[in-house]
Design a protein around this ligand. Structure first.
Ligand code: AMP
Length: 202
């Protein structure tokens, strides 16, 4: 299963990504997590990405693409993966498409998490109050939402045209949203391995 999650900041991609990756027994590849780890460890990649992240801007496409293609070349990604936060621009999606095509591969599905804007703003305000992320300040959040609208939303049409786009209502209890996602994905001909979302073998 080569799956990609699409949705604005605050849609709950990270939470669902962990659960879906677990259900499909595939690695969860979050470009945001990889960048944050690099910033924390003060690697050259982290130093390059930090200023963009702090503003809520996107890291340049060539930097992100290189990082992702390295990651996709690792052994655990051979049988599939869940992409969370990538691609984020049409040029990234085009490059990914080319990269996969060269290996006779393609994404199987793109799952969009639908959340009304008022709900997004409410969730992001809550996250800011928790102070859990350095890029959760009001202005930065506003910029991240704007960047999503301008640069990432066009991916919906990109993947819809390729017949890969599926959407679910992503408001409600975490488990219910996971169940909706698994239903939709099973209907694409890719049922998950694990019977219980988030469950583990005894
Ligand atoms: P996220 O946790 O996915 O919201 O990512 C946090 C930040 O990392 C973003 O605001 C960007 O600055 C950067 N980032 C993550 N993924 C990408 C991507 N695919 N393209 C460009 N920048 C990214």
């Amino acid at each position: 299963m080569r799956l990609m999650l699409l949705g604005p900041p605050g849609a709950g991609k990270g939470t669902q990504a962990v659960r879906l990756a677990d259900a499909y027994r595939i690695p969860h590849i979050s470009t945001g997590d990889i960048f944050r780890a690099n910033v924390k460890n003060e690697t050259p990649l982290g130093q390059e990405a930090k200023a963009y992240m702090d503003r809520g801007d996107l890291v340049p496409d060539d930097v992100v693409n290189r990082m992702v293609f390295d990651r996709l070349g690792e052994d655990d990604a051979a049988a599939g993966y869940l992409l969370d936060g990538y691609p984020r621009t049409v040029p990234q999606a085009e490059e990914l498409h080319r990269f996969l095509e060269e290996q006779g591969e393609a994404l199987d599905a793109v799952l969009r998490l639908d959340v009304p804007e008022e709900e997004l703003v409410r969730r992001l305000a809550g996250r800011e109050a928790e102070g859990s992320r350095s890029d959760d300040g009001v202005d930065v959040v506003r910029n991240r939402l704007r960047v999503y609208e301008e640069q990432t939303k066009p991916l919906e049409a990109f993947y819809d045209e390729r017949g890969l786009l599926y959407s679910i209502d992503a408001v409600g209890a975490v488990e219910d949203i996971t169940a909706r996602a698994l239903d939709v994905l099973a209907s694409t001909g890719h049922p998950a391995d694990a019977p219980t979302p988030g469950g583990h073998d005894a």
